[in-house]
Write a protein that binds this ligand. Structure first.
Ligand code: HEC
Ligand code: HEC
Length: 360
């Protein structure tokens, strides 16, 4: 009987050891932020400590470009709010892209990716830049071969996904995991909303203007995580005067959906960290926030897909004041700018998670 007991205890101990070895990757949580809503995670790609760490290496990995010169971070520079200070990013061999690089904060709260929305989730998104001939210009099979011949990467994929056989599906999973951990929530405005700090008087006045019909920004830029619309992902804010929907220089969302009614619509961009992410708009046409504010103040250009909010608001002003634009004073414009600046979070510049890791 005693002997049987020993056997039982020993086998229970062996079983528990086995369980520990098979535990798999450790779940990774984003910071709890009281002024944010719950993020919507990809059910097919839960965040893990190992996966995020691997994605961090891959995001800065130049082996993913044809001539070993570019990584994701070459066009999403951490010091520029994970965006590119150049109007159009330069790909392998000096090819020039056609759109402004997008900043990458708080994308666990975002849906449909790219200015035109052609990627349904971040895994799909990460499939594009590697083979894109104006970006990293490397066929996926070669990218896979390069990483499969690297022992450190094999170990990290094994720890993250349980297999050392590296595929583009796993590479994009790890990249998508890392990108979701780029969270920004420490701007002066966040702290003010959470009751952790004050906002200067100009920014407070700008906050009022932004959220009333005086400047009327809140209709499209209102969610706490990204300052985008709570349900509408794409919009046309009236950048271009166009009669025929076929005449948009860049058809934007319409290029993806094939519906002319979507031509000229673009993903409503985040307003976080604007002090780091100039130039602005899908084609980087505005170099400064003053230029952006002057554009909105002068009123929208007409086109078939112009957002009804822009039209009704401009019409109302035309009827009331005999002018198409917002009619903001110099003081109003300065206050609005102070508010936009208060959405920038300087702590992202010193966060080690957002810097290049040690090379593998
Ligand atoms: C050569 C420059 C360049 C490189 C390299 C690059 N990107 Fe981008 N990225 C862009 C540009 C430009 C856009 C907008 C393109 C568009 O909308 O057509 C973009 C858009 C994105 C978006 C969409 C953000 C949103 O809010 O919709 C994500 C995410 C992203 N890139 C991640 C990555 C990752 C991950 C890599 C590496 C695998 C990468 N990028 C490599 C320039 C680049
Ligand atoms: C009808 C919806 C709508 C309204 C109202 C609106 N915006 Fe926008 N905003 C957009 C869209 C769409 C874009 C992207 C346009 C593009 O690039 O084609 C944008 C872009 C921006 C950008 C550039 C961000 C970047 O990173 O490129 C800033 C800044 C901005 N808006 C601020 C404001 C302010 C300030 C107001 C109020 C004066 C305002 N918006 C009102 C829809 C709107």
């Amino acid at each position: 009987m005693k002997f049987l007991c020993y056997i039982l205890i020993i086998s229970a101990w062996l079983l528990s050891c086995k369980k520990e070895n098979n535990q798999g990757p450790t779940p990774y949580s984003l910071p709890q932020i009281s002024n944010f809503r719950a993020p919507s995670f990809d059910p097919e790609n839960p965040l893990t400590k190992e996966g995020v760490e691997l994605g961090h290496h891959l995001f800065f990995e130049k082996r993913l470009s044809q001539d070993f010169t570019l990584s994701c971070a070459s066009c999403h520079l951490p010091e520029n709010g994970f965006s590119d200070p150049q109007q159009f990013s330069i790909g392998v061999g000096g090819t020039v892209g056609r759109r402004q690089s997008m900043s990458l904060f708080n994308l666990a709260w975002s849906k449909q990716f790219f200015w035109d929305g052609r990627a349904a989730n971040l895994r799909e998104q990460a499939l594009f830049p590697v083979p894109d001939t104006t970006e990293m210009h490397l066929p996926w099979d070669i990218a896979e071969q390069r990483l499969n011949s690297h022992q450190e990467y094999k170990k990290k994929f094994k720890a993250s996904f349980g297999t050392a056989h590296i595929t583009k599906e796993l590479i994009t999973k790890a990249l998508a995991q890392y990108v979701q951990t780029i969270v920004s929530y420490q701007s002066p405005f966040d702290k003010y909303i959470r009751g952790e700090g004050d906002l200067n008087a100009a920014a407070l006045r700008g906050y009022q203007l932004f959220n009333t019909e005086a400047a009327d920004c809140f209709h499209c830029h209102s969610t706490p995580e990204l300052f985008v619309h709570p349900s509408q992902i794409f919009g046309n804010n009236g950048l271009d005067l166009v009669d025929n929907p076929e005449d948009f220089k860049d058809k934007g969302h319409g290029e993806f959906t094939g519906h002319p009614s979507n031509n000229g619509q673009f993903k409503i961009p985040s307003l976080r960290n604007l002090t780091m992410t100039a130039p602005y708009m899908h084609d980087g046409r505005f170099k400064t926030l003053d230029e952006v504010i002057n554009f909105y103040n002068n009123g929208p250009q007409l086109s078939p897909s112009l957002d009804p909010i822009m039209i009704t608001e401009a019409n109302r002003r035309l009827l009331q004041n005999g002018r198409w634009g917002l009619g903001l004073s110099e003081q109003d414009k300065a206050d609005l700018k102070a508010y936009l600046i208060s959405l920038s979070d300087s702590t992202v510049l010193s966060n080690p998670l957002f810097q290049a890791p040690k090379e593998l």
